[in-house]
Design a binder for this molecule. Structure first.
Ligand code: PMP
Length: 361
């Protein structure tokens, strides 16, 4: 068997220990004599797993008791619709920050359900920065303020939590959740697709303040109603049991590694050394993002000689460094270095980059 260092943006690599455990338990989970995929989501063993997963997640993120934790389906993009359908209430519109292609998609989808005020945009700067807070045109009467703390494509990250006053703050944390500690009490709602830092694709985590529940549009499908999902333990329909199980293993793995404070230290160290390699390459490699907004999780970079892109990608693949191709809208490369990317993987990438520059620079 040969495992690569997998830099995919998502579905992304999972911790080796989690994969090993899932493999070991595949045929006989928890003494049931069946795989976790083959048991009822309403049976005692699975309900206990779901409860433990929620408890571990609450522990990791110190989620206050006044918040509901939901394990939903439909991916992060379904939340682009569910958020306005649930939170608009009798308000007309909501504020959105536009800092990258995922914010933009959230805005486009949100417009189907609400009047959207784009409070600030960095599109004109090619999404390589975050507009200065003093320039944000916030609306005091907005139902919520939506933003994307980490833009997976552009590699732009908020390293602080914006102030939104009495307006509930809503965050698409798909590519940054669990990468560091978080003050959940500053948010009205947090959502995240699982396929980066939580587990396999097919699960979406929603953490929502209780007082925001209960205003769902009457025409919204029942499955889209946070209240109904909360009342049924996110089991209004058949749960994605295997994915939920893997997520539960990931939460245990994070706790065993010292929780999110330890992960933050580890993630920052990985990111800093990769950016140092790029910045120290005398322009052979380039990351266009303003330094203070650079992502810890997704590191896009281009080569000064784009003709070398294909050679870089095939040589890196041969060296066991997979999925480094950049998003088509940005070009070049992107290294996604989520929680499960070991530091040795980043070290191997840096060695490869240095050697590639030496032989092609
Ligand atoms: N938001 C962000 C920040 C993302 O990175 C992604 C996926 N890459 C999405 C939303 C969309 O997620 P999904 O495919 O689960 O709908």
């Amino acid at each position: 068997m040969s495992r690569v260092f997998n830099f995919s943006a998502g579905p992304a690599n999972l911790p080796m220990e989690v994969l090993e455990q899932a493999k070991q338990e595949l045929l006989d989970w928890n003494g049931t004599g069946a795989s976790v995929m083959e048991v009822s989501h309403r049976g005692k063993p699975f309900v206990e797993l779901a409860e433990q997963a929620e408890a571990d997640l609450r522990d990791l993120l110190a989620v206050p008791p006044s918040y509901k934790v939901l394990f939903l389906q439909g991916g992060a993009q379904l939340q682009f619709a569910m958020v306005p359908l649930n939170l608009l209430g009798d308000k007309k519109g909501a504020d959105y920050l536009d800092t990258g292609l995922w914010s933009k998609k959230a805005i486009q989808e949100g417009r189907r359900f609400a009047e959207i005020n784009v409070a600030a945009s960095s599109e004109a700067q090619g999404y390589t920065s975050i507009p200065a807070v003093e320039e944000w045109q916030l609306n005091e009467d907005a139902a919520y303020l939506h933003y994307t703390p980490n833009e997976t494509i552009g590699g732009v990250e908020f390293h602080w939590v914006p102030e939104s006053g009495d307006v509930p703050l809503v965050a698409d944390m798909s590519s940054t959740i669990l990468s560091r500690p978080l003050d959940v009490s500053k948010f009205g709602l947090i959502y995240a697709g699982a396929q980066k830092n939580i587990g396999p694709a097919g699960l979406t985590l929603v953490i929502v303040r209780e007082d925001l529940i209960g205003k769902t549009s009457e025409t919204a499908p029942s499955l889209f109603d946070y209240g109904r999902q909360a009342d049924t333990g996110s089991m209004l329909n058949t749960a994605p049991t295997f994915i939920w199980y893997v997520a539960a293993l990931v939460f245990k793995w994070l706790k065993a590694r010292g929780g999110l404070t330890a992960m933050a230290e580890y993630n920052l160290r990985k990111a800093e050394k990769l950016y140092a390699c790029i910045d120290g390459s005398s322009g052979f490699y380039n990351n266009p993002v303003a330094r203070k907004f650079r992502s810890w999780m997704n590191v896009p970079f281009t080569l000064a000689i784009p003709d070398l892109d294909d050679r870089f990608l095939s040589a890196s693949e041969q060296a066991g460094l997979a999925a480094l191709k950049g998003h088509r809208s940005v070009g070049g490369m992107r290294a996604s270095i989520y929680n499960a990317m070991p530091e040795q993987g980043v070290d191997a990438l840096i060695s490869f980059m240095n050697e590639f520059q030496r032989t092609h620079g």
